[in-house]
Write a new protein. Structure first.
Length: 79
């Protein structure tokens, strides 16, 4: 996993959440989609996702950014 901030759409981003790692997906330059505590998909800023903790990320080379954003739009419209 990387520790710098050169993240791209589709990359997985991680932060510590106690004994486990919480994971999100980069969906734009400063936004992360992740599961919220109530099990809904939530899109927040990278800063909100980090909650003051160090972030690590893993490059995702096989993600189609358009398909990812389309899927997020479908999820949003289901609510």
């Amino acid at each position: 996993m990387h520790k710098d901030t050169k993240m791209m759409i589709g990359d997985r981003v991680y932060r510590s959440k106690g004994a486990v790692m919480h994971v999100g997906v980069i969906v734009s330059e400063n936004l992360v989609a992740h599961n919220s505590p109530d099990n809904n998909v939530e899109v927040v800023s990278i800063e909100q996702f980090a909650q003051g903790k160090e972030l690590k990320y893993q490059r995702s080379t096989k993600v189609d950014p358009d398909a990812l954003l389309s899927q997020l739009e479908k999820i949003k419209n289901q609510k």
